[in-house]
Design a binder for this molecule. Structure first.
Ligand SMILES: [Zn+2]
Length: 304
C-alpha cells in the first residue's frame, strides 16, 4: 500500500510550536517495519498545483497564503505558529500527497494513505484549527471534476466535526459528507454535514462503534465509487483534545469496520486527522494500527 510522506511534514512546523510535530516523524519510523515486510511503500509527494487548490478555495485566500501575507488574526485561527519559511512548502506537499494518493487509487484501485492531512476545519476562504487548505474537499471535487467519479463519499471519524468539509461540499452533486464527532468539542458552532452523528462527552467504545456502524450504513446506501476517510485518532481517552474516551482496541475495531466495508471494490484514500495524546506515543500507536490494518486489507483486496 502506498503511503505519502516527506520530511517537511515534520520539519515544516517550528519545533517551538505547541502542536506535537514529532508524531509524523515517529510514525514514519514505526512504518519502516511495515515497509521492510513489504506491506507499505513510502512515496515522496510533490507540491500540489494551484489549480487543484482552486477547486475548493477562493483565489484570494490561496494567493495571500502562498504570498505569506495572511494577517495575524487569520494566522492565529489556523494555529501551528510560529510559522517558519518551510510552512508554505509543507502545506503544499501535504496537499500534494493527498492528490497523489487519489490519483493512485484511481489508476490501480485499493487503498492509499497520506501520512498527514485530514484538514477538515479549513473553509473556502479561511483556515482554522491546524488546517490551512482542505484536502478532503479538494480531493472530493477533483475526484468528481478530473477523475470522473460520479459518487464520492467523505467519511469523517475524527473527534472534531468536519465543519470546513461540510461547508465547502454542501449541495455538491454526487458528493455526500458524513461526520461522527463529539458534540461538546471544537468547533463549538457546528456546520451542517449531509449526515451528522454527534456523540456526548465520554461516550466510550460501544456507543462510538454503534455510531460508526450507522455512518457506514449511510455510506453503503449511498453506494460511492470512492471513499475519502478522515481517520483522526483524537477520540482516544489519552488524547488532550479528545473527550470520547475510546480505547486503543476500540479505535482498532473502528478501522476494521471501515476497511472491511470497502469489500475490495471501492477505492479508498485515508487521511491521518487529529491525534494529540500526552505523551504522544499513544497517538503514534493508534496511527500505526490504522496504517497496518489498511495495508493488510489492501493486500487482501488487491486484484493485480
Ligand atoms: Zn480532531
Amino acid at each position: 500500500m502506498p503511503v505519502w510522506y516527506h520530511d517537511s511534514y515534520t520539519e515544516g512546523i517550528d519545533q517551538n510550536a505547541r502542536f506535537p510535530r514529532d508524531r509524523y516523524r515517529l510514525l514514519r519510523e514505526r512504518l519502516s517495519h511495515l515497509q521492510d515486510i513489504g506491506l507499505v511503500n513510502i512515496e515522496e509527494p510533490k507540491p500540489i498545483d494551484t489549480e487543484s487548490l482552486l477547486l475548493a478555495h477562493d483565489e484570494d485566500f490561496v494567493n495571500r497564503f502562498l504570498g505569506g501575507i495572511l494577517d495575524s488574526k487569520e494566522r492565529r485561527r489556523i494555529g501551528l505558529e510560529p510559522w517558519t519559511e518551510a510552512f508554505v512548502p509543507r502545506t503544499l506537499r501535504i496537499m500534494g500527497g493527498a492528490v497523489e494518493a487519489l490519483e493512485h487509487v484511481t489508476r490501480f484501485g485499493g487503498i492509499a494513505g497520506n501520512m498527514a492531512g485530514g484538514t477538515h476545519h479549513s473553509h473556502r476562504s479561511f483556515g482554522s484549527g491546524y488546517c490551512v487548505f482542505n484536502d478532503l474537499a479538494v480531493c472530493a471535487l477533483r475526484a468528481r471534476e478530473v477523475d470522473g467519479y460520479a459518487r464520492v463519499a467523505v467519511l469523517d471519524l475524527d473527534v472534531h466535526q468536519g465543519d470546513g468539509t461540510a461547508t465547502i461540499l454542501r449541495g455538491e452533486e454526487g458528493v455526500v459528507t458524513i461526520s461522527v464527532h463529539c458534540e461538546g468539542n471544537f468547533p463549538f458552532r457546528k456546520a451542517e454535514s449531509d449526515h451528522d452523528l454527534p456523540l456526548p462527552i465520554g461516550t466510550g467504545d460501544e456507543g462510538y462503534l454503534e455510531a460508526v456502524e450507522q455512518a457506514l450504513a449511510i455510506v453503503s446506501d449511498f453506494s460511492p465509487d470512492i471513499l475519502l476517510f478522515q481517520a483522526g485518532v483524537d477520540g482516544l481517552e489519552a488524547d488532550a483534545l479528545g473527550k470520547l474516551s475510546l480505547s486503543r482496541r476500540g479505535m482498532m475495531a473502528r478501522n476494521h469496520l471501515v476497511f472491511s466495508q470497502l469489500g475490495g471494490i471501492t477505492p479508498c484514500v485515508f487521511f491521518m486527522g487529529g491525534g494529540y495524546s500526552n505523551p504522544i506515543e499513544h497517538t503514534v500507536d493508534a496511527f500505526y494500527d490504522l496504517f497496518e490494518v489498511a495495508a493488510r486489507f489492501n493486500t487482501e483486496f488487491r486484484i493485480t
